[in-house]
Design a protein around this ligand. Structure first.
Ligand code: NAD
Length: 266
């Protein structure tokens, strides 16, 4: 008979003793920033990466310091580079969780009427950075999680329904959600769980690149059951739940944190 693990359910300590990598803080508006804040508030420990470049490092460092982390471990990483991925994951030591909160597509192709003609290289880059990197990171995290672990990524409703302007990024998010299920199946016997949060629209550097983003915000506010848009804290809370033992039986799922928008038909 398997014994039931005692888990802390106190919101301030559910992440106590857990350390992991958070990828995707560009600034204080990033979903990853809110996720890191919730992890830190729950007594977890975070290691961070930033996109290569002095300006990127400065912005990420300022945002992380605003979380109250003194002397953060902040490593340069372009997720499109296998060498960078190897360098970062080889330097980590044992980890308990991984937060993948990155995406990229050429914004010229994130406009209404700009889907069918998407060039091959735009498609490949979007799928590579926004979906393949989850697999590339999870694979490198396996040996670092000998006692099991939890991996999350950020998806969006455009993965399953056509959303005007989301275009190639919608295809990338479908791939990300599918990769979540295949990773969960393959890593389950190591007690490594893999889930994705489908977050509602939030004003960030990336989302502002999607044509007509402001009208998506207005639409959600009117139609979502909670009659408001999601906040970074809403996603941070669910992320922490998924990364903690509180969700120990949950894997291979896409969890909607969207004020209920995806549940409504008309
Ligand atoms: N903001 C929204 O409305 C929304 C909704 C649902 C899902 N998401 C998803 O949330 C995640 C985070 O996006 P965000 O909205 O916080 O925007 P953001 O611009 O703050 O974060 C995107 C991050 O991706 C990183 N990134 C891009 N290319 C990279 C590369 N090659 N290597 C490493 N990092 C790279 C950027 O540095 C940045 O930190 C993305 O997956 C996005 O698709 C966002």
């Amino acid at each position: 008979m398997t014994s039931i693990q005692q888990v802390s359910c106190h919101p301030m300590t559910v992440m106590q003793g857990k350390r992991g990598l958070v990828v995707g803080i560009a600034n204080e508006r990033s979903y990853a920033w809110f996720i890191a804040q919730a992890i830190l508030n729950a007594s977890g420990e975070c290691i961070f990466t930033h996109l290569p470049g002095e300006k990127m490092e400065r912005k990420a460092r300022m945002a992380i310091e605003a979380l109250g982390v003194e002397n953060p471990t902040l490593i340069s990483m372009d997720a499109a580079s296998d060498e960078d991925l190897d360098k970062v994951f080889e330097s980590l030591g044992e980890i308990d969780f991984l937060v993948h909160s990155i995406a990229f597509a050429d914004k010229d192709w994130l406009k209404e009427g700009k889907f069918a003609a998407t060039p091959r290289e735009v498609y490949n880059q979007a799928l590579d950075i926004s979906a393949y990197t989850l697999m590339a990171m999870a694979n490198r995290a396996i040996p670092l999680m000998p006692n099991g672990g939890s991996i999350i990524s950020m998806s969006y409703y455009g993965a399953e329904k056509a959303v005007p302007g989301y275009n190639v990024m919608g295809v990338a998010k479908s791939a990300l959600e599918s990769a979540t299920r295949y990773l969960a199946m393959e890593l389950g016997d190591r007690n490594i769980r893999v889930n994705s949060i489908s977050g509602g629209p939030l004003k960030t550097l990336s989302s502002m690149a999607v044509g007509g983003f402001s009208s998506i915000l207005d639409h959600v506010e009117q139609k979502a059951p909670l009659k408001r848009n999601v906040t970074g804290d809403d996603v941070g809370g669910t992320a922490t739940w998924l990364l903690s033992e509180m969700s120990s039986g949950v894997t291979g799922q896409v969890i909607y944190v969207d004020c209920g928008y995806a549940s409504v038909g008309l």
